[in-house]
Design a protein around this ligand. Sequence first.
Ligand code: MG
Ligand code: MG
Length: 265
Amino acid sequence: MAKSVILKNAQEIELIRKSSLLVGKTLAEVAKLIEPGVTTAKLDKVAEEFIRDNGAIPAFKGYNGFPFSLCISPNDVVVHGFPSNYTLNEGDILSVDCGTILNGFYGDSAYTFTVGEIADETKQLLKTTKESLYKAIEQCVEGKRVGDISNTVEQHCEAKGYGIVRELVGHGVGKQLHESPEIPNYGKRGTGMKLQYGMVIAIEPMINMGKRNVKQDNDGWTIRTQDGKPSAHFEHTVAIGKTTADILSSFAPIEEVLEKQKVLI
Ligand code: MG
Ligand code: MG
């Protein structure tokens, strides 16, 4: 990860927005297919085709050797799960993380979906995690610090007794998928790097129903909860604003699909 922050000009921010919006549209295509009986490999295939049809490159495919276009992480998998012939079951939750490269710039966004009817306590986990993301985004204005973002996620989720994953963090986004600074989901208010216009960051709370501890599978990628309880993950790419945050990715196309399916939480 680069040590110094690469500031973006207005034109570059618009290019990151284009890439990020394509990510949201791709996740909306995935949302249309989510139902019991579908394999996660199918979701990956559809996403890759959609990304390429739109003149972009799936950013994760080949990134540090990651073999797929999407990270698909069901239930106790926190992030970085491999698409596979795993078949979705009623009651599953599914984090789908997607990245694209369009005109040389990355977009990065993730959404946790539900499969059929899910437990009320799991709905609460998803709702709280998404809320924490939007509360954190409110901190994305000049003069605030990274610790203000981190602490906002931590406070909101810890109040519900959830475990906040510490091993994985958000990050700067630009011509690289992972730029400086790191954006942890825990921390102290008023500490860390000062935010300024031109910074573009991905904020991605990873929140566990149970304890915060995670482990990695032998595939070298899949991160899951140690206690086997479910984990939620939502992510937006955001430009730091002078007076208000500018969310470059969008859940609108995804939530339009979920609304139609009557499964929007
Ligand atoms: Mg991501
Ligand atoms: Mg990310």
